[in-house]
Design a protein around this ligand. Sequence first.
Ligand code: SF4
Ligand code: SF4
Length: 92
Amino acid sequence: MLTGRTCGGKEWVPEFIISIDVGKCIGCGRCYKACGRSVLSLVEKPFDGDDEFGDDMGNKVMSIASREDCIGCGACGRACTKKCHSYAPAEG
Ligand code: SF4
Ligand code: SF4
């Protein structure tokens, strides 16, 4: 398991982004603003019509543009009110 260290030397396990549920995403951009590593990108919605909430909030959803730059901080998920993000630790 890939592990890191806090400033105080404690061990922690980063959890890296693996997917974003575009059926829940409303394209608000909160996770994009929270990510300091430019991992995420707004893209055209990959399906027509309403999302699973019965809303058609626009034609954009969030996507993972450069997963290789993710540091596993989880800030994107904490910013998301729709709980769209999924994570997993990496093998070290
Ligand atoms: S876990 Fe952190 S680095 Fe990775 S995509 Fe989310 S905010 Fe960006
Ligand atoms: S914060 Fe959640 S709902 Fe908003 S764009 Fe990101 S994934 Fe979509």
